[in-house]
Design a protein around this ligand. Structure first.
Ligand code: MLC
Ligand code: AMP
Length: 497
């Protein structure tokens, strides 16, 4: 099986075990292999190999999503998951940028994707079409081939596709399986979206690599999640800090009997993990009160999978993200790329087999992201008593809100297309629920629309950027003597509740 993607090659060894659970549907590993072979045959449509052609797919979390992902891999294609929360303009952007050979949607989302695929001249299939195909011969797919492309924002331009090979994906998953002790007896619950690595790699792919079971919730719902945690059937759970906050709020609102059942069931899990954004110590403490669990915090990035983690066994220090995961090299450097002395702050750089291949269609951005073979994360950290503490980002223009990365510059570009907007500034402001919330200050010219009109205009165009109720007009943005907008001072305008 040397030429089968490692995740899929392993599945044969787990044949009769349950792989996926969604509501009343269950699929074992043999069923997943059979169904994904059919999906691959449908995508190939008589060709011998997709040869790294991209396939975009839009399907809520559930067996058809995973079957499509595996089918694309088995046909030799590159899986490009689309965000189920994105409006047509964003889906159309990815269809243009990825230049896919095919687009796939679940039947209930076909009405959203089919017209966009048609406009882009891209072959369209539903997940039902994939499942109905008869099996066919499948190509050999070596580990050095491109496997996945996940879109992420940066400080320049529109979002970029982060391309990961099968080897890198396997390295990311194998590292986490080892570090966090996944076994076939594990059972996890996915509540995160499947267009980002937290859901794709840490939850879904780790479970399937280990031969464990993954329950897929259609979306995050605090009460339904508590009911599953409270069942005592789960062993592993992972989420972003905003999800833990929402769970804490739901627990506080629940009657005493439910609280008790939820807490007792949750206490029986073996591992609960937080990441994608800084975990506030207050959330960590309250979660321990409710469940007895000290959340394991780790640090990662779309380009890397996970890089740093607190230990499975041993002290998990609040405010720290721990030490390098197996197979991952991490160093802290100054602006010139020199390693900083112990205890001094520096930018995190990462090297090793887990690192991505390229930004799709952006060779110059790919080149700029590396220094001497090390990937420059743009995150600042300090090492104290052997463990890493994240200090923040090198760019104020990257915002993390609800676990999603958002580019301030990209939002500003859109806002400047409004005829009455003369200048604007987008900032991330510390927020107890969202980690950071996206705040916008706008200068307008004469004949400007009302604030409500401007907010409505912005919301319509900026839905994927979690745009803000916090859009305000200001007579003049804070600027320095050179006329440069001072973002910390803009952020100060929004500070407080
Ligand atoms: C939603 N709302 C927000 C908001 N998001 N308000 C402010 N800021 C935000 N960021 C508002 C909506 O407008 C709406 O308001 C209400 O909240 C509910 O909206 P929703 O869209 O239904 O939100 P919900 O589905 O509840 O989403 C919250 C969430 C979601 C936390 C479940 O954001 C989520 O799944 N985040 C995880 C993202 C993720 O997986 N990141 C990992 C990236 S990988 P109203 O008024 O209309 O009710 C990565 C690498 C690594 O980072 O290390 O893992
Ligand atoms: P993304 O580009 O969406 O993959 O987001 C990656 C970014 O999330 C990192 O560069 C960090 O800024 C942030 N991040 C991930 N995990 C943590 C964490 N535990 N603490 C603080 N920031 C984190």
């Amino acid at each position: 099986m040397a030429d089968t993607p490692p995740l899929i090659a392993r599945a044969a060894g787990h044949a009769d075990r349950t792989a996926l659970i969604a509501g009343a549907d269950r699929l074992d590993y043999r069923g997943l292999l059979d169904a994904s072979a059919r999906a691959a045959a449908a995508l190939l449509a008589g060709a011998d190999d997709l040869r790294e052609a991209r396939v975009c797919f839009l399907a809520p979390p559930g067996p058809p999503h995973v079957i499509t992902q595996w089918g694309i891999w088995r046909a030799g294609g590159v899986a490009v998951p689309l965000a189920t929360s994105h409006p047509p303009a964003e889906l159309a952007f990815v269809l243009r940028d990825a230049r896919p050979a095919a687009a796939v949607a679940s039947p209930e989302r076909a009405g959203d994707l089919a017209p966009l695929a048609e406009a882009a001249g891209v072959r369209f299939l539903t997940t039902d079409d994939l499942l109905a195909a008869p099996p066919a011969g499948l190509p050999a797919v070596g580990s050095d081939r491109r496997a996945m492309m996940v879109y992420t924002s940066g400080t320049t331009g529109r979002p970029k596709g982060v391309v990961t090979t099968h080897a890198a994906l396997a390295a990311q998953v194998a590292s986490l399986v080892r570090a966090w002790g996944w076994t076939p007896d594990d059972r996890t619950l996915l509540v995160l979206p499947l267009h980002h690595v937290h859901g794709i790699v840490n939850v879904l792919s780790c479970a399937l690599w280990a031969g464990a079971a993954c329950e897929l919730a259609p979306r995050f719902d605090p009460e339904a999640t508590w009911d599953r945690l409270g069942s005592g059937e789960l062993t592993v759970f992972m989420a972003v800090p905003t999800v833990y906050r929402r769970l804490i709020a739901a627990w506080e609102d629940a009657p005493p009997g439910r609280r008790r059942a939820w807490s007792e069931g949750a206490a029986r899990l073996r591992l609960m993990v937080s990441g994608s954004a800084a975990l506030p110590v207050s959330v960590m403490d309250r979660w321990r009160d409710l469940t007895g669990h000290t959340l394991l915090e780790r640090y990662g990035m779309t380009e890397l999978g996970m890089a740093l983690s607190n230990p499975l066994d041993g002290e998990r220090r609040p405010g720290f993200v721990g030490t390098p995961l197996p197979g991952v090299e991490v160093r802290l450097v100054d602006e010139a790329g020199r390693e900083v002395p112990p205890g001094a702050p520096g930018e995190i750089e990462v090297r090793g087999p887990t690192v991505f291949l390229e930004y799709w269609g952006h060779p110059e951005a790919t080149g700029a992201a590396f220094r001497d073979g090390w990937f420059r994360t743009g995150d600042m950290a300090v090492i104290e008593d052997g463990a890493c503490r994240i200090l923040g980002r090198t760019s104020v223009d990257i915002i993390k809100t609800g676990g999603y990365k958002v580019s301030a510059l990209e939002i500003e570009e859109v806002l400047r297309t409004h005829p009455a907007v003369t200048e604007c500034a987008v900032v991330g402001v510390s927020d107890p629920e969202w980690g950071e919330r996206v705040c916008v200050a706008v200068e307008t010219a004469g004949g400007a629309p009302t604030l409500e009109e401007l907010q409505a205009w912005a919301r319509e165009r900026l839905a994927p950027y979690k745009l803000p109720r916090d859009l305000r007009t200001v007579p003049r943005l804070p600027r320095n003597a050179m006329g440069k907008v001072l973002k910390p001072e803009v952020a100060a305008l929004f500070a407080g509740p």
